[in-house]
Design a protein around this ligand. Sequence first.
Ligand code: ATP
Ligand code: MG
Length: 399
Amino acid sequence: MALAPQELENSASKFAEEAIRLDSQGSRGMAIQHYQGAVESLLKLVRLYPDYKLNKIYVDRAKTYQNRIKALQESRGFDESDNTLTPHNGNSGSGSNSRSYGSVETLKANFDDLILKEKPNISWDEVVGLEDAKRALNESIVYPAQRPDLFPLGWPKGILLYGPPGNGKTLIAAATASEIAGYFINVDAASMMSKWLGEAEKNVAKLFLMARSIAQKENVPVILFVDELDSLLGTRASEVGGEIRVKNQFLTEMDGIVTKSKDLQLYVIGATNKPWSLDSPFLRRFQKRIFISLPDIVERLRMFKLYTSQLHVDGNLKLEELTKIAEGYSASDIRDICQSVQLRVVNELFESGKANENDAETRYITTNDFKDSLKSRRPSVSAEMLRAYGRWTEQFKAL
Ligand SMILES: Nc1ncnc2c1ncn2[C@@H]1O[C@H](COP(=O)(O)OP(=O)(O)OP(=O)(O)O)[C@@H](O)[C@H]1O
Ligand SMILES: [Mg+2]
């Protein structure tokens, strides 16, 4: 009988954890065996579940382990004069050879790959609508950052943004960081769970430590943005390594922010499309829970205006009409529609053979171009999904 993906992930993760431990201690033979176990579980997982969304990461991970196996086999060949393992390449010294395959250090160093640390440059004004969310973020981040003395009881440190894809969760989190001139540390929980096979728990601790030390040393607000937060809970297949321990580590770190780092300007913004998969210990630590909804009619009009402002559009463009047709479309759907009509006129220009003539322009984009584009794509969020968000919001929102 086939193993469930979760079992294979767990098995890969246990092998990997043990392999890295053995490797660090210098037990090469045993480490190789364990790396092989991890590779086999990962590849089996990919074969059995070819459509699984994390497969690319698993394959990368398997390759990394395979490279490490090669490096270990080679250095073993040189060091122990074990002829069967010695590569047939007489030119290069053992040192350079094993280095070319990455060391156990590079396996551990994956931490940095997954973290984006930056000072974003996105203003509030670039985020259309989402007034509730802006107000809540002002109250819990922007104001406390300016006048912490006005908040003797503290302020919320955990903020959950939830809602259908493509309506500005990531965008508004980045804009908040830029509003307070702070650091924005961006991690994706799904790849964190899978890439840090067997090390996710440790890396969660490291992540918070890093956030805390930036806030302390540079004395600036730090926003730790955890995307796809639901993956940390590992309900079913997205869980890799450390199972419940990763989640508990995260919860402990969140508590630490409220108690130990009370006066630090350190915030955790979590984002998810699946708020219903978060359990109550999680929810409790996100004191603010903000629904990032689809744009309403007014917001859609503003988005159309924003995105068409740089396009060569017909003076009689019926934006109001388009806005009505676009009911149910997300912000990123609208951006994509505007992009696709632009592509259409650019294509026409190229096909006419005039694109290379000096100052040849695209024709004006008309209302019908937009209508065609709207017809050819469905909204990316279903009515059923919207009802699910509505039900969850009734029960759990906290503005
Ligand atoms: N409120 C908005 N105002 C203006 N543009 C927006 C808005 N929301 C989304 N967009 C556009 O759509 C893109 C995708 O939005 P974003 O990545 O913030 O969505 P998300 O809610 O984080 O989606 P996901 O759940 O898939 O992560 C943005 O980069 C921006 O171009
Ligand atoms: Mg996002």
